[in-house]
Design a protein around this ligand. Structure first.
Ligand SMILES: NC(=O)c1ccc[n+]([C@@H]2O[C@H](COP(=O)([O-])OP(=O)(O)OC[C@H]3O[C@@H](n4cnc5c(N)ncnc54)[C@H](O)[C@@H]3O)[C@@H](O)[C@H]2O)c1
Length: 353
């Protein structure tokens, strides 16, 4: 159980993609941020595709500077077609040979860490993105940028569920600006390289993805809760607890990400998430109690200094564009995702609270 993911989840992702990944056969993928939560799933999925589906293996070069990758991230898989290089994307990466796909999933994604590393957060999404777009231009590679649902800021309730066309309500100064604004600029860079140089860019705006493999010290809400549950401590709900979110289980998210990589319309951005249910953090505690079949104590507390306040009130994706253009359909209900995640964290976490 200490492994970072469930084999059955990787098998599910590959099965749901059908023959679409055949486009990766014999290709080279540069996977940036490849030792983070999402990056490690990409590694596992590519390794399984190589073993089970692809007519010729795809070669994966994994880059990460390990700034937040933690213990699990630093432990590299032994796979003949995956190669790791420690590299900080703030500096250009010189790739030998051809590169067909660049996945830019490097970033500082957890609010706790972007409060601690604001300049590194800003630079990986701006300087890092530009460096990688230059590489895409040189190699004529397809480019996939991981932006965030945070680019919408605190949306006007008229625009919830939020579609890709919503322009956002974002502060350029404040505790979250280093993340939100740099992701917006990263998207602008993708747009320019697509318009000016004809690079096939796509942007993904993930909405609260969760699942096995999130580090115990990730500080996003579900690892926080799971760690406190393991420790037998009451959960800490920040702010009022009335802020709403949707939660997307990792297998649904990975299917969506790969569909964007393989089928995305050039230049387009896609929301990837699960639009139901949109629930408050206090209601999420209730869902966890139902899944565990026992009461779980919680306290509503002030934001700690280490956590950037000014959270959006609501976050819920409109995924009609991904449904229509990519045939994307999330299939794992929240309770089932929670059951898989909490089962895994019970074995993997130490209960550091
Ligand atoms: N997981 C989510 O729910 C979610 C939601 C919205 C956006 N995103 C975005 O998706 C991407 C991946 O998310 P994640 O959850 O895997 O995050 P993560 O923090 O687990 O992983 C990101 C990885 O990027 C690496 N990294 C950071 N700066 C780097 C640099 N300068 N050079 C090289 N590597 C660097 C880190 O060491 C880490 O391993 C991030 O860009 C994040 O902002 C994720």
């Amino acid at each position: 159980m200490s492994r970072f993911c469930l084999d059955s989840d990787i098998a599910e992702i590959v099965a749901r993609l059908g023959p679409a990944p055949q486009a990766l056969a014999g290709k080279t993928v540069l996977l940036c941020g490849g030792r983070g939560f999402l990056g490690r799933y990409f590694c596992e999925v590519f390794a399984r595709l190589n073993r089970t589906l692809l007519k010729a293996p795809c070669r994966v070069v994994v880059l990460d500077n390990l700034i937040t990758a933690g213990e699990e991230g630093a432990r590299l898989d032994d796979d003949a077609h995956l190669r790791f290089a420690k590299h900080d994307l703030i500096a250009p990466y010189r790739a030998e040979g051809g590169v067909d796909f660049i996945i830019h999933a490097a970033g500082i994604a957890s609010p706790f860490y972007y409060r601690a590393y604001p300049l590194e957060t800003l630079e990986v999404a701006t300087v890092g993105t530009k460096n990688l777009l230059e590489l895409a231009r040189e190699k004529q590679a397809r480019f996939l940028f991981f932006s965030s649902s945070e680019i919408y800021g605190d949306p006007d309730p008229k625009h919830v569920p939020t579609a890709e066309s919503y322009r956002g309500n974002v502060a350029c100064q404040g505790p979250r600006a280093c993340y939100d604004e740099s992701k917006r600029l990263g998207e602008t860079l993708c747009h320019i390289y697509h318009e000016r140089y004809g690079i096939h860019t796509n942007t993904i705006r993930p909405f609260n993805i969760f699942g096995p493999g999130m580090q115990e010290a990730d500080y996003r809400v579900l690892p926080n809760f799971a760690s406190r549950i393991k420790a037998g401590q009451p959960l800490k709900v920040y702010g009022t607890g009335n802020q709403t979110r949707t939660y997307c289980y990792i297998t649904d998210a990975m299917v969506g990400f790969l569909l964007v990589l393989l089928r995305g319309v050039p230049g387009e951005a896609y929301n990837i998430g699960n639009p139901v249910p949109e629930i408050s953090v206090v209601e999420l505690v209730g869902r966890i109690e139902a899944v565990l079949g026992r009461p779980v104590a919680h306290n509503v507390v002030e934001y700690p200094d280490s956590y950037p306040a000014d959270e959006p009130n609501r976050r819920c994706p409109d995924i009609r564009k991904a449904r229509l253009q990519l045939r994307y359909e999330p299939g794992v209900p929240l309770d089932e995702g929670l059951r898989r995640f909490l089962g895994w964290s019970e074995g993997a976490y130490r209960g550091e609270g």
